[in-house]
Ligand binder design. Structure first.
Ligand SMILES: Nc1nc2c(ncn2[C@@H]2O[C@H](COP(=O)(O)OP(=O)(O)O)[C@@H](O)[C@H]2O)c(=O)[nH]1
Ligand SMILES: [Mg+2]
Length: 313
């Protein structure tokens, strides 16, 4: 693969070949010199795959659930890509047990592709890389992309927001609903899942979420379901897939899917323009300008807005 010309690697990635695909995804993650060429080639072929975000606290059973979801989709004749973004489990040091089990459970099926995103400590750029990785998988022809993310912190929410449909996975233990609200998970959930429904308190937890949802202002006519699963035994998984497909139908029929995707594309374009402008500005400013401006700021001689005005003027 190393001696393959970029054009050839891109062609084979788009044809759905697994080994070139894995390498192409590394290009994206490492911001390799050919990454832009790859992403440009992929872009016109994106928009076909349905991107499902599975998020929630560590240990909620997300990896287990994603494995069963992948199997359910395979039984329905659809191809699946799994993208795991889990900063709590650094893959460089070897996969966590749960993820190793998943690899084994899904191995030997050409219709499933599994990718773990390395986070290298820094979360900056992770949301961008994740959506680019999803673009490549989309262009490579997968029907469903299952994106596992940990639902803690702002940057993780950003990653979760690259999905078309977001499922928030919680467990029956009391207080989870309150935690979910605090963590901002309430706002991003299209579907709630109470996993580990074999444990005590699942009904109570589901009720707590429903009450919390009732208190919230209705922002759309999609009524957010609260669904129970026992991922470890694949119970409730078929019904959950039905909910996801219903949500996809609703997103499509109401034009919400197109609208959401357009907003995300606009944000990507804006981010690129901002970045380019910044690079241009730094390149064009005479040597020492920036340092002098910083000194003027530190000495309180000029305000940030006055400085910005002067630097751009
Ligand atoms: N009792 C019970 N345990 C589960 C269930 N689903 C997953 N687990 C267990 O919960 C632990 C964490 O699961 P994992 O999928 O790695 O959680 P993640 O951190 O959210 O990805 C593992 O030991 C699983 O076997 C379930 O439905 N019931
Ligand atoms: Mg996991």
């Amino acid at each position: 693969m190393h001696d393959l010309a970029p054009e050839e690697l891109i062609r084979r990635t788009l044809a759905g070949e697994r080994v070139p695909l894995a390498r192409a995804l590394s290009w994206v993650e490492n911001e390799h010199a050919h990454a832009t060429q790859l992403l440009d080639a992929c872009f016109t072929r994106t928009g076909r795959a349905f991107r499902l975000g599975i998020t929630g606290p560590p240990g909620a059973g997300k990896s287990t659930l994603v494995t069963k979801l992948a199997r359910e989709y395979r039984e329905r004749g659809l191809t699946v890509a799994v993208v795991a973004v889990d900063p709590t489990s650094p893959f460089s040091g070897g996969a966590l047990l749960g993820d190793r089990v998943r690899m084994i459970e899904l191995s030997g099926d050409d219709g499933v592709f599994i990718r773990s995103m390395a986070t290298r400590g820094s979360m900056g750029g992770l949301a961008v890389h994740t959506s680019q990785v999803c673009d490549v998988l989309d262009a490579a022809g997968f029907d469903r992309i299952l994106l596992e993310t940990v639902g803690v912190g702002q940057s993780e929410l950003e990653v979760a927001q690259t999905a078309d449909t977001t499922a928030v996975v919680l467990v029956p233990e009391s207080g989870d609903a309150v935690q979910a609200m605090k963590a901002g998970l309430m706002e991003i959930a299209d579907v709630f899942v109470i996993n580990k429904a074999d444990r005590e308190g699942a009904d109570r937890a589901a009720q707590a979420i429903r009450s919390a949802l009732h208190l919230r202002a209705m922002t759309s006519d999609w009524s957010i379901p609260v669904h129970m699963t026992i991922a470890a035994r694949a119970e409730g998984v078929g019904e959950l897939v039905n909910r996801f497909e219903e949500h996809l139908g609703w997103l499509t029929e109401t034009g919400t899917l197109e609208r959401r995707r357009r907003v995300r594309l606009e944000q990507r374009l804006e981010a690129l323009v901002r970045e380019r402008l910044w690079v241009q500005f730094r390149a064009q400013a005479p040597a020492g300008t920036w340092e002098a401006a910083l000194a003027a700021l530190a000495d309180r001689r000029e305000s940030p807005s006055a400085l910005a005005e002067r630097l751009l003027g």
